[in-house]
Write a protein that binds this ligand. Structure first.
Ligand code: ATP
Length: 594
C-alpha cells in the first residue's frame, strides 16, 4: 500500500473535529489496508512504531531534519529556519520547501507504507558512532521520494509530533466496524486492548484470527495490563452503601503505582501509564527477585519513599527525583530508599487472576509475599461499619498514608483492567480547602508572564478530559503554587506539546498566548468548584450557559508524569464534585438551622 493512501486519511482527519467522521475515515483506511501490515498502519496513525511500553522512541532531533530537508530541496538552511519561525511546525515547513524545490526528480518513486515504517524503524534503532549521519541519509532518501504532503507527515512523525489526535478508543471503534463484524464487538476488542496495552497487537490478532482469537487473548508476563481505577466518595456511610454493607479497606499509600512483571527472564516494572520504569527502581527489582524467585507473576503495588533511619513513609515527590537520573541514581536510592506495598495480583502460576474475585486474588497474594522491612502487603481490614472505616482511616493517615482504598468483596470484584468503576473507591482525608480532593488537569495553553515572571509563563490554562466526546475542556487558569524552579522548567517541559493554534480536541472560550496539545498533567487543588461563564468543563450540565471552574487553583508541586492527558480528571468527575459540594453545603446549612 502506498504511503499516500494513509496521508490522504490524515489530511481529512485533520480537517474535522467530529469523532464519527474520524471513525468513518479510519474504517475506510483499515478496509484498504492489507492484513499483513495492519499493525504498522495502526502504530503509524498513533504516531509511533511500537506500543509505548517498549519505550522505543523515534524523536529525531530538529537539526537533523533541517539538514535532510536542505539536502533534498537544495534550499538554504537559513530559509528553512526563517520559515520555521513563521510557521511554528516543521512539517508545514517541509511541505512548503518541497513545493518550492528547485531540483525535482522526475523518477520519483512514491514510498510505500512498509518502506516508510522500515526507514523509521531503522532510524529508531540506530545508536552510537556514525548514527547521526546515517539517520540524515535515511531521511534524505525518504524525503526525496515524498510528495510535499507526504513530507509534512514524515517530518512530523520523525520528530515524534504527528499529533493527529486520534484517540485509542476511536481506533478501536474503527477496528470493530471494519474487521470485527460491527460496533458491537468494540467492547470485546477494548477488553483485549486493556489486557495487552497494544493496539497494533490487537489489530494484528483480529486481522489474522478474527474475534475468536480476540476473545481468547490472555494476559502475558511482559505485556502491561491497563490499570484498574477507582471512583471517589467522601463519606464512609455512602461508601458502605455502594459496597452493599461490607468491603475491604486498604491503606492508600501516597507513592508511585508499579505493575511488576516477574519471570525467569527477569523483572520489568511499568508505571501507571505503562512506561517501562525498571531502570529507575533497581531496588524494587531486586526485592522482587529475591522474594519471588521461580514464579511467573504480575502484581501491582505502590512504591513509597521511606526514611532509611526510621522507616517512616515520606512524601511521594521524593520518588520523582529518580526520573532521568542515570548517574547518581545509586546515591538517590541510598538516601531515599523505597518500600514496596503490593496490593493486587493479576497473574501467577500460569493463572490469569484478573477474572478472579478480590478475596481470592488477595489470599493468593498474601501467600506469595513474605513480609520484610521493605516489602509488605498493603494493610487491609474487612469493614462493615462507617465508624470502623473512619477509625481505620485515622490509622492510615497516622501511618503517613493519604487515606483508604475501599474495594468491593462481592462477586463483581474482578480486576477490571483499564476501567474506572465503583468496585474501587478512593476515600481520602479531607483537604483543608473546601474542595474535597485535588484534581489532575492537562495543560492546554499558557499566558506570558509579566514583571518578575517576564520571559516565562505567568499562568497556565488547564483542562479536564471529556471522555464521551474525547475532548479537553477548560477548568481554570492557574498561576499560583509554582516555584521559581517550576517556572524555569515549564517552557522546556511544554515545548514538545506546543502547537501554533488551538488544537481541535480542545474546547476553550479563552484565548491563550501559547497553545499546547494536552500532554502534561498537573495536580491542582482549589478552594471550591464554581459555576463559570467562561470555562467549558461541564457546560450546561448544571445550568444552561454555565460551565464549571476551579476557584483559586493552586499547583501542588506534583507533576503527574505517570498520567497521560486522557488520564486527567474527567469533566464528569468535576460535575460530580460540584454536586457533592452542593450537597455538603445544604447538609451543613440544615444542621446549623436545626
Ligand atoms: P487515578 O484514580 O486516575 O489513578 P490518581 O492517581 O490521582 O488518579 P489517586 O487519588 O492517587 O488517584 O488514587 C489512586 C491511586 O492510589 C492508585 O492508582 C494507586 O497508585 C494508589 N494506591 C495506593 N494504595 C493503594 C491500594 N491499596 N490499592 C490500590 N491503589 C492504591
Amino acid at each position: 500500500m502506498l504511503y499516500s493512501r494513509i496521508v490522504e486519511t490524515y489530511t481529512k482527519i485533520e480537517a474535522t473535529t467530529k469523532r464519527l467522521e474520524i471513525t468513518r475515515l479510519l474504517v475506510e483506511l483499515i478496509d484498504a489496508t492489507p492484513r499483513s501490515i495492519i499493525d504498522k498502519v495502526v502504530y503509524l496513525t498513533q504516531g509511533k512504531l511500537y506500543p509505548d511500553f517498549l519505550g522505543i522512541e523515534l524523536g529525531v532531533a530538529e537539526k537533523l531534519l533541517f539538514r535532510a530537508l536542505t539536502r533534498v530541496t537544495g534550499q538554504a538552511e537559513s530559509k528553512a529556519a526563517t520559515l520555521y519561525k513563521k510557521l511554528g511546525d516543521l512539517g508545514t515547513v517541509a511541505e512548503q520547501l518541497l513545493k518550492d524545490r528547485t531540483q525535482v526528480s522526475f523518477q520519483r518513486k512514491a514510498p510505500t507504507v512498509e518502506e516508510v515504517y522500515n526507514v523509521f524503524d531503522t532510524i529508531a534503532h540506530e545508536v552510537g558512532q556514525g548514527s547521526i549521519d546515517s539517520k540524515v541519509r535515511h531521511l534524505t532518501t525518504l524525503l526525496g521520494k515524498a510528495s510535499p504532503t507526504e513530507a509534512k507527515y514524515i517530518t512530523r512523525m520523525a520528530l515524534g509530533r504527528l499529533r493527529l489526535g486520534v484517540a485509542d478508543m476511536t481506533l478501536l471503534d474503527a477496528l470493530a466496524i471494519s474487521l470485527g463484524g460491527g460496533k458491537e464487538s468494540r467492547l470485546t476488542l477494548e477488553r483485549a486492548y486493556n489486557r495487552s496495552s497494544d493496539l497494533g497487537y490487537v489489530a494484528r490478532t483480529l486481522a489474522t484470527g478474527g474475534m475468536k482469537a480476540i476473545e481468547s487473548l490472555k494476559v502475558t508476563v511482559g505485556r502491561p495490563i491497563r490499570p484498574m481505577l477507582a471512583e471517589r466518595l467522601s463519606e464512609a456511610k455512602a461508601i458502605l452503601e455502594k459496597m452493599n454493607g461490607e468491603c475491604a479497606a486498604e491503606y492508600k499509600y501516597d507513592g508511585l503505582r508499579i505493575q511488576a512483571h516477574v519471570s525467569s527472564n527477569g523483572t520489568t516494572l511499568f508505571s501507571r501509564r505503562l512506561e517501562n520504569i525498571t531502570d529507575q527502581f533497581p531496588d524494587v527489582q531486586q526485592l522482587l527477585k529475591e522474594n519471588l524467585e521461580g514464579i511467573a507473576i504480575i502484581l501491582e503495588g505502590e512504591a513509597v519513599p521511606v526514611d532509611p533511619a526510621t522507616g517512616e513513609l515520606l512524601p511521594f515527590q521524593l520518588i520523582s527525583q529518580r526520573r532521568g537520573r542515570k548517574y547518581d541514581l545509586e546515591k538517590t536510592i541510598q538516601d531515599i530508599p523505597v518500600a514496596f506495598f503490593p496490593f493486587d495480583l493479576l497473574y501467577a502460576d500460569t493463572i490469569d487472576y484478573t477474572d478472579r474475585p478480590y478475596l481470592e486474588r488477595r489470599e493468593r497474594l498474601r501467600k506469595l509475599i513474605p513480609k520484610n522491612e521493605r516489602l509488605d502487603l498493603s494493610q487491609q481490614k474487612i469493614c462493615n461499619d462507617p465508624e470502623q472505616l473512619d477509625d481505620f482511616m485515622q490509622e492510615a493517615v497516622a501511618d503517613g498514608c493519604e487515606g483508604l482504598m475501599i474495594k468491593s468483596i462481592g462477586r463483581d470484584s474482578t480486576y477490571k483492567a483499564g476501567a474506572r468503576g465503583w468496585t474501587w473507591i478512593k476515600y481520602k482525608r479531607d483537604y483543608k480547602s473546601e474542595m474535597q480532593d485535588s484534581v489532575d488537569l492537562a495543560v492546554v495553553g499558557a499566558f506570558a508572564g509579566k514583571g518578575r515572571r517576564g520571559g516565562t509563563y505567568g499562568a497556565l490554562l488547564l483542562a479536564a478530559y471529556d471522555k464521551r466526546n474525547d475532548l479537553f475542556r477548560t477548568v481554570c487558569k492557574c498561576g499560583s503554587g509554582f516555584t521559581d524552579e517550576d517556572l524555569d522548567k515549564l517552557p522546556k517541559l511544554l515545548e514538545k506539546y506546543s502547537v501554533d493554534h488551538r488544537h481541535s480536541r480542545l474546547d476553550s472560550k479563552i484565548e491563550a498566548d501559547v497553545w499546547f496539545v494536552a500532554g502534561l498533567v498537573l495536580e491542582i487543588v482549589g478552594a471550591e468548584i464554581t459555576l463559570s461563564p467562561i470555562h467549558t468543563c461541564g457546560m450546561n450540565s448544571i445550568r444552561p450557559g454555565a460551565g464549571l471552574a476551579v476557584r483559586f487553583p493552586r499547583f501542588t508541586g506534583k507533576y503527574r508524569e505517570d498520567k497521560s492527558a486522557e488520564d486527567s480528571t474527567t469533566t464528569d468527575e468535576i460535575v460530580e464534585m460540584y454536586r457533592a459540594q452542593l450537597k455538603k453545603v445544604t447538609e451543613n446549612t440544615t444542621v446549623e438551622a436545626a
